[in-house]
Design a protein around this ligand. Structure first.
Ligand code: NAP
Length: 274
């Protein structure tokens, strides 16, 4: 594979990617496997695993898939144990699985709040804890990368459940990074802006008008390609980032930056009006 990462960057390493069969997770799984990692994807629906497994078979990647709900800590422990046994340890965990939908906070039912918090916050902890227990027993340690979103620190109306979960994961990232550094476990986060994904598209920008309104708010004037987000995740997981822990990499085309007084206007236009 040509590019920034050397062939075999992850040779001999094993990885679990939650939600690794769709959207961003699929791109991360592909890149890890193409660079030599043994990759297990884990999510609730086996149907979502087919694309990656077929591709892995064609390309000769070492791959596995597990039906697993991140909300069930015992099952998570069992699955991660199996992966470690089959692949000879666990070096990388990518906490990518999440759920989200748009609902004004005043209309959000307890069930909707709990569902998102359970998957996107508690699920990340259960997976991190299970992986951390395995990694701590390995001389070589391991690395965890959490997928959050810049609204963890800016806030975002309409998705209070997801914002709260991602803010919690941001705090979790820094806490576990400090707590586990001596065990050689690194914990980092990647905060993508809006990227093209079937799942997110259906729930977050269901019409062309909404898609265009979001696109227009992004200084780069485009959504990201999930593959370009995946590259930052791969960097955070790679041995090249060995001294980086507790960090957040924002990859959002400037979406979370302040617009200042000039807003969408070119600064020159403001100057001319004076
Ligand atoms: P997606 O395609 O909808 O993927 C979500 C994945 O999570 C699916 O593979 C799903 O598989 C899995 N999942 C959901 N609930 C689960 C559970 N309880 N247990 C195990 N797996 C579960 O989403 P995406 O758009 O690629 O998003 C990936 C990550 O990026 C998420 O963390 C999201 O919050 C973050 N993000 C997305 C955007 C965006 O613009 N799309 C922006 C910022 C951050 P199953 O249905 O098979 O369980």
């Amino acid at each position: 594979m040509k590019g920034f990462f050397e062939d075999g960057t992850f040779d001999g390493m094993s990885a679990v990617v939650t939600g690794g069969g769709t959207g961003l997770g699929l791109e991360i799984s592909r890149l890890l496997a193409a660079l030599g990692a043994k990759v297990a994807i884990a999510s609730r629906s086996a149907d979502n695993h087919k694309v990656f497994l077929n591709e892995a078979e064609q390309k000769g990647w070492t791959a596995a898939s597990h039906v697993m709900d991140v909300r069930e800590p015992d099952l998570v422990g069992e699955v991660f144990g199996k992966v470690a046994e089959e692949f000879g340890g666990l070096d990388i965990l990518i906490n990518n699985a999440a759920g989200n939908f748009v609902r004004p906070a005043m209309d959000l039912p307890p069930k909707g709040w709990r569902a998102v918090i359970d998957i996107a916050l508690s699920g990340v902890f259960f997976c991190s804890q299970s992986a951390g227990r395995i990694m701590a027993k390995q001389e070589r340690g391991g690395v965890i990368v959490n997928i959050i979103a810049p609204y963890a620190w800016t806030g975002a109306p309409g998705v209070v459940h997801s914002v709260t979960a991602k803010a919690g994961v941001l705090a979790m990232t820094k806490t576990l990074a400090a707590e586990w550094a001596r065990k050689k476990i690194r914990v980092n986060a990647v905060a993508p802006g809006a990227f093209e994904s079937e799942g997110a598209g259906q729930r977050l920008w269901p019409t062309k008008e909404i898609y265009e309104a979001i696109r227009n708010e992004i200084p780069a004037k485009r959504f990201a390609d999930p593959a370009e987000i995946a590259r930052s995740v791969i960097y955070a997981a790679s041995p090249q980032a060995e001294y980086m822990t507790g960090a957040v990499i924002t990859v959002d085309g400037g979406m979370s930056l302040g617009k200042g007084l000039a807003g969408e206007m070119e600064p020159d236009a403001v100057k001319r009006k004076r």
